[in-house]
Ligand binder design. Sequence first.
Ligand code: GDP
Length: 433
Amino acid sequence: APVLAIIGRPNVGKSTLVNRILGRREAVVEDVPGVTRDRVMYPAEWNGKRFTLVDTGGWEHDAKGIHASVAAQAEVAVEFSDAVLFVVDTTVGATSTDELVMKMLRKAKKPVILVANKVDDFVQEAEAAALWGLGFGEPWPVSAVHGRGVADLLDHAMKVLPEFSAVDATERSGGPRRIALIGRPNVGKSSLLNKLAGAERVVVNELAGTTRDPVDEFIELGGETWKFIDTAGIRRRQHMAHGSEYYASLRTQAALERSEVAVILLAVDETLSEQDVRIIQLAIESGRAMVLAFNKWDLLDEDRRRYLEREIEQDLAHVEWAPRVNISAKTGWHKDKLVPALDLALENWDRRIPTGKLNAFLGELVAAHPHPVRGGKQPRILFATQASSRPPKFVLFTTGFLDPGYRRFITRRLRETFDFRGTPIEVSMRVRE
Ligand code: GDP
């Protein structure tokens, strides 16, 4: 889906606008310095058009000052987006920081929509008009808090957003399969990439005619060509002074958005970190196929090995369905084990279970393990179907709400019976009255 980024100084109301657009009541996080957020890209829809919203509100501001961090924020948002909502606080007017952002946006040559926020009454509407001076055309007066003007703004934004994204290639199917190689800094992403690429590396610039670096790379593995997403981001060592967490999270999510399968790299010489767990969570939420690669196996000693087994059992229990491969990016040991795991995960991600087979399975399961009777009632499952694949999603038509525990039981049995290794699966219900 095309990507729309919301950028602007702290406190101009970005988070409120994000919540308004996503239709959420609660504020995600205030525009508080130092607050980081894991999720920065959100699926959104307006008038039937789907798009991805990038929220830069979680950017950390440090001692280098607002100027520098807002500029970096703008740069990143522009790199990952197809159009930009540039939010200005009408009650304050354009500041020198706004002017700086404006200059960057002009260079980026992406469509920019100027949003004059905090226009709660007529007096401020007049002040919004003064923002014409910024040179982005007509300012769109809105009140993110009250919702005023937001519908008109979105109508306009949908016209400006291209049909197909230049930064998100998921719509274009066919061609080499797309891999996102993700993991926290220093797990060995760059080393693995180099080992895999060897001499066969071909660099192709996806976005012909732009001045951007080639972002993706085609690598031949096991006689097949694979597209590694955003290798530029992996190779370019990011030592950003500020916003590095936000930046890393955005890169990871952007790579996941464009991929079909995620290889999550973990390093076995260190304990599993919170960041590792968060990255796994992002991958699960993205709905992509998944392989876990345990790197730096050459550094594993006996004590650590026992501990690792415990970690896998406890902390990684929720992804026990993901194929695991043990590798050493440094020596190249087991690098040929990646492809079979990727193939398996992708095959299952693509898979469709015929309706007859699915219902036969459910019939047997429900006969052997009926839903518990609750308050004299026992919801029945009438029929099931696989609504989609990539990843597989199933819908159960029922006569009442199923217990969450019972639904989890069905999901687990579905996974085991049809052996969905390497892919998340989803089971939802439609209750027929
Ligand atoms: P990235 O930040 O994830 O791209 O990590 P790098 O590829 O830059 O690797 C970080 C450090 O770990 C470097 O010093 C690598 O040489 C080292 N490293 C990566 N993979 C392995 C491995 O399999 N074994 C050992 N011993 N060191 C590794």
